[in-house]
Design a protein around this ligand. Structure first.
Ligand code: G1P
Length: 295
């Protein structure tokens, strides 16, 4: 059996939802507390047993490479000050090999994955999207890898969303369910409101067999004028089963502003140094708002 050792993290998106913050800074570098969002994704990959990561970047994404590079001057400075805790924090990603490739044109997620084909070769691999951060006892990707190890077939991470949200996601039309695993009739990218075949949405974690690359090579332009990964997955599902797995854990949408704020609050409430003060602040704030609301 081929072990899942490699992962693709697409990070070429323009980050328009966060402009002007993302005019000169990649959206993947926006921090949640003291860590850029992409570090949470890389950490999940490491904890799931991934050995090599390829990040698909684009224009203006140099800061990502710098972030995962060693900074000897900074390390030396922290060493001299005896700040080993911070030293350890800044070198977390040294536990995995990270490579980079550029997507030269913004042609969509499917195209970004296709750009990494030479790095992946003929093995099954993982994809982690940076807009979805998952906090779970067993890392989300590890849950999918465990399922893959049973079937050796592609498997996509899903969770249920509200009816109104279905138009923002890839949605599955489930055929049957066993435990948390669905057999899938069809995968549809962002169906128009009221037309979704279910409320079970694709959540930015995928295990795919390398056959997907042949399909992506010929994949026509889909939703929003982009080459969609979901469309290629649907075609793959026609030649070999692609399962969906409803993973356990809290999923945060850091790809839009409100989701980002909620994630920041949740992470801060889990942080020993800040949780008490923050909670006090939030309670005071809430009391003030409700007093004004009543009066
Ligand atoms: C992408 C995928 C979509 C998936 C979503 C999860 O969309 O195309 O199928 O449901 O990520 O976050 P995007 O949000 O990049 O438009």
């Amino acid at each position: 059996m081929k072990k899942i050792k490699k992962a693709i993290i697409p990070a070429a998106g323009l980050g328009t939802r966060f402009l002007p913050a993302t005019k000169a800074m990649p959206k993947e570098m926006l921090p949640i507390l003291d860590r850029p969002t992409i570090e949470y994704i890389v950490e999940e990959a490491i904890e799931s047993g991934i050995e090599e990561i390829i990040i698909v970047t684009g224009k203006g994404k140099r800061a990502i490479e710098d972030h995962f590079d060693r900074n000897f001057e900074l390390e030396d400075n922290l060493m001299k000050k005896g700040n080993f805790e911070l030293l350890n924090k800044i070198n977390q990603s040294s536990k995995v090999e990270i490579y980079y490739i550029r997507q030269k044109e913004a042609k969509g997620l499917g195209h970004a994955i296709w750009c990494a084909r030479k790095f992946i070769g003929n093995e099954p691999f993982a994809v982690l999207l940076g807009d979805d951060i998952v906090q779970a006892e067993t890392p989300c990707l590890k849950q999918l890898i465990d399922q893959y190890n049973k079937t050796e077939m592609s498997i996509i991470g899903v969770q249920k969303v509200s009816e109104e949200e279905t138009q923002r996601y890839g949605i599955i039309d489930p055929h049957s369910i066993e435990g948390r695993t669905y057999q899938v009739n069809t995968f549809v990218e962002k169906p128009a409101l009221g037309t979704a075949p279910s409320n079970i949405a694709i959540m930015g974690r995928y295990i795919l067999t390398p056959q997907i690359f042949k399909i992506l090579e010929k994949q026509e332009i889909g939703k929003n004028g982009e080459i969609q990964l979901t469309d290629a997955i649907q075609k793959l599902n026609e030649i070999q089963p692609v399962f969906a797995y409803e993973f356990e854990g809290n999923r945060y949408d850091v790809g839009e502003k409100l989701g980002f704020v909620k994630t920041t609050i949740d992470m801060a409430l889990k942080n020993d140094e800040m949780k008490d003060e923050l909670l006090k602040y939030l309670v005071e704030k809430l009391e003030k708002i409700s007093r004004n609301y009543i009066s």
